[in-house]
Design a protein around this ligand. Structure first.
Ligand code: CAA
Length: 702
């Protein structure tokens, strides 16, 4: 038995024998990552197996919920202690007895590299294998980019490595990434496979001995695709470069270059940002310490009020997660059209092959429509998704208070209205909360779970539990107007309007933010949403706007001219029959006239000012959210913005980005804009000033 020197009490790798087959059993929770203890343990196990003449083959397998899920991410950014993972791989390469990887759960990153360096691979039917390093801003550094293409071909290897998406066992078997799927007990099947491998013609078959023919067109296509789909990200292009080496250089030379590329990327700001997002995603899923012990209420049945686009989208999320759903609407026509909309979305799933006809029938079979609140008495969770009109919502909450059973959780999907005011319409404010889905609800992964002032701990825990069951990335936040996402977005929108007034065209602003990494500029986005919708939101907040914000009535002017965005053929941009946008001189003239009427002399803008005014205004608001306790820490903000609002993940979210820029610089820029634009807009939040003054950041203590 190997001993383990790390703080983990039990051995990370256990060596056992089953007759002539040795087992190297990795047992290192939570995910059997390749920490120092595992690397050491594996080398010792291989040494033992090599020394023992009674051992003819070795099986590497894992205890717990998964095979090795990769290098230990927690060791990144620290000097790595030997033995390095490369030594384990080299040892496998030179091993004189067949080694079989027995995979269950996930073989990811270094985990798959370990398996690929073995001579054979067998997997449980539910296993997945993949090289997701690109999602952490790096690439496989232990031969993954060299061995995978040799086994599955260039095309699939490029797809798996550049997009970082794992494949299931059946696809892996079909393409040669694994050699067998276990039909019974994985351990027993792997041992049987090992014995059978001994009698094969080439029991020591090695991926490295295969050659891969170059395919320049495939690489060109992969590169063009990566530039388009993962714009601004460095790692995907480096992944392609590394795979290309497999076609150009001898294996060892290529593997050395691959490792160097991997290490360089690991030190890049983009990789740090993406690793931050990985950790933040897991951090926000954890309940706050104050809520420890609050168990989620059981939720078996759900109801949705409002059969509009949002209501139908939310119903789909619930149906997909297996809930029976009652959808309530005011008319049978609206309910029928919601059912048709849901059916159409499922049809397209069937056409694309992501859903079977049986699954579609099952989901639609669980959908009930009703016009009567009395039918909602069984629901454990009720989500209101009616129009953003407080009077209508108040009425709904009064009705729900009458019919909902005791202990039912009642949530509003409002994007900016007062959750506490709705809770007060009921005699059970502790059961009321917000669940803010994003449109299209069945596609967008983000869910803002909003605790009102009186929401009870177990209701908050229920929201997070349901969010997880829906497959959402949920954040738990406090109530305030616009919550995290829309409240910060409103500051960016304000600055975009102000800058248009001061001389920047919508396309100039859009380009700067697109180049920063947002998928769409704010004006292209507004045109997509519809300027009438944007105007309705502005009107709902009108009494809270400053005099300058009110006077900056560019949206009103556009809507008054019938420019409603894409749907009317013109908004900020003009659109051709294929909805292709182009700048419109009419809008430029409108902005010139507007500036003249407001006594503003238009001036030129550079990218830096546009980005700073938009992004720093958001960061400043984010700091206020922390100060007010709406969020517990910056993590929630970064997750909301990267998962729901297109902030480039490789910049880590607005708060992480601000730390990278340096809070003293952010503070100074805010002060500058406080002078030029107005203190009421840019006065740095006390938190930023305090942190910047002591050389700290949102995430660091200085
Ligand atoms: N290293 C260290 N810890 C890891 C880890 C890793 N590679 N992967 C997951 N964990 C930790 C998580 O941080 C989490 O810890 P906490 O409970 O303390 O938050 C715990 O394991 C459980 O993880 P999840 O909550 O994500 O559990 P899950 O069951 O939902 O998902 C998983 C499991 C699919 C393996 C998922 O964790 C995952 O995708 N992990 C990352 C895999 C990955 O990217 N591997 C490549 C790493 S890079 C590499 O291998 C090569 C290289 O050198 C560049």
């Amino acid at each position: 038995m190997m001993t383990d020197n790390s703080s983990v009490a039990r051995p990370a790798v256990v060596y056992e024998k089953r007759g002539d087959v040795a087992l190297a059993i990795i047992d290192h929770p939570p995910v059997n990552a390749l920490s120092l203890a595992v690397r050491k343990g594996l080398l010792e196990a291989l040494d033992s197996a090599a020394r023992d003449d009674g051992v003819r083959a070795v099986v590497i397998l894992c205890r717990g919920k998964t095979f090795v899920a990769g290098a230990d991410i927690k060791e990144f950014g620290r000097p790595m202690e030997p033995p390095f993972f490369g030594e384990v791989i080299d040892r496998l390469d030179a091993f004189a007895k067949p080694v079989i990887a027995a995979i269950h759960g996930n073989a990811l990153g270094g985990g798959l590299e370990l398996a690929l360096a073995c001579h054979w691979r067998i997997a449980a039917p539910s296993a997945r294998v993949g090289l997701p390093e690109v999602k952490l801003g790096t690439l496989p550094g232990a031969g993954g980019t060299q061995r995978l293409p040799r086994l599955v071909g260039l095309e699939l290897a490029l797809k798996m490595i550049v997009e970082g998406r794992p494949i299931g066992a059946a696809e892996a078997l079909k393409n040669g990434a694994i050699d067998a799927i276990a039909s019974g007990d994985l351990e027993a099947d792997a041992i049987a496979f090992a014995r059978e491998a001994l009698s094969r013609e080439n029991p020591l078959r090695r991926a490295r001995d295969v050659t891969v023919a170059p395919d320049p067109i495939l690489f060109e296509r992969a590169e063009a695709d990566a530039r388009k789909r993962q714009r601004g990200a460095e790692a995907p292009l480096k992944c392609i470069e590394a795979v290309r080496l497999a076609t150009e250089l001898p294996f060892d030379e290529a593997a050395k270059r691959e490792y160097a590329l991997c290490i360089a990327l690991l030190q890049s700001p983009q990789s740090k940002a993406l690793r931050h997002i990985f950790a933040a995603e897991r951090e926000v899923a954890k309940p706050p310490a104050a809520m420890a012990g609050a168990a989620p209420r059981p939720v078996k049945t759900a109801a949705v009020i409002g059969p509009g686009v949002m209501g139908a989208g939310i119903a789909i999320c619930l149906l997909d997660a297996g809930f029976p759903v009652s959808l309530l609407g005011r008319s049978s026509a609206s309910l029928e059209s919601a059912r048709a909309r849901i059916g159409k979305i499922y049809d397209s799933g069937v056409t694309r092959g992501t859903l079977t006809a049986e699954q579609k029938a099952d989901r639609l079979g669980r959908l009930k429509t009703t016009q009567s609140y009395d039918d909602l008495g069984d629901a454990d969770l009720i989500i209101e998704a009616v129009d953003e009109d407080m009077a209508v919502k108040r009425e709904v909450f009064r009705a729900l208070d009458r019919v909902a059973k005791r202990g039912a959780v009642i949530a509003t999907n409002t994007s900016f209205l007062d959750v506490d005011a709705l809770a007060r319409e009921t005699g059970r404010p502790g059961d009321v909360a917000g669940m803010h889905f994003f449109n299209p609800a069945n596609v967008m992964r983000l869910l803002e779970n909003v605790r009102g002032a009186q929401t009870s701990d177990d209701v908050a825990a229920t929201l997070m539990d349901v969010g997880k069951r829906l497959g959402k990335t949920s954040v738990l936040i406090g109530a305030c107007e616009g919550f995290v996402g829309n409240r910060m977005l409103s500051k960016r929108s304000r600055e975009a309007l102000f800058m248009m007034e001061e001389g920047a065209t919508p396309w100039r602003i859009d380009k700067a933010l697109y180049d920063f990494g947002f998928p769409l500029g704010p004006h292209a986005l507004a045109d997509m949403a519809g300027l009438d919708i944007v105007l309705a939101t502005r009107r709902a907040r009108y009494d809270r706007l400053t005099p300058r914000e009110r006077a900056c009535d560019i949206i009103e002017q556009l809507v008054a001219r019938g420019r409603l965005g894409q749907k009317s053929g013109a908004g900020y941009y003009k659109y051709d029959a294929n909805r292709k946008s182009s700048p419109d001189p009419e809008v430029e003239q409108l902005l010139r006239d507007h500036a003249k009427a407001r006594g503003i002399v238009p001036r030129a803008f550079d990218d830096a000012e546009i980005v700073e005014r938009c992004v720093y205004a958001m960061v400043n608001e984010g700091a206020k959210l922390i100060e007010e306790g709406v969020v517990r820490r910056p993590h929630e903000i970064d997750i909301v913005w990267t998962h729901g609002f297109g902030f480039p993940a490789h910049k880590g979210g607005p708060m992480f980005y601000a730390d990278q820029i340096g809070l003293p610089r952010v503070r100074d820029a805010l002060r500058r804009y406080a002078t030029t634009v107005g203190a009421e807009y840019f006065e740095p939040s006390p938190l930023i000033v305090r942190l910047a003054d002591k050389g700290a950041g949102f995430y660091s203590n200085g």
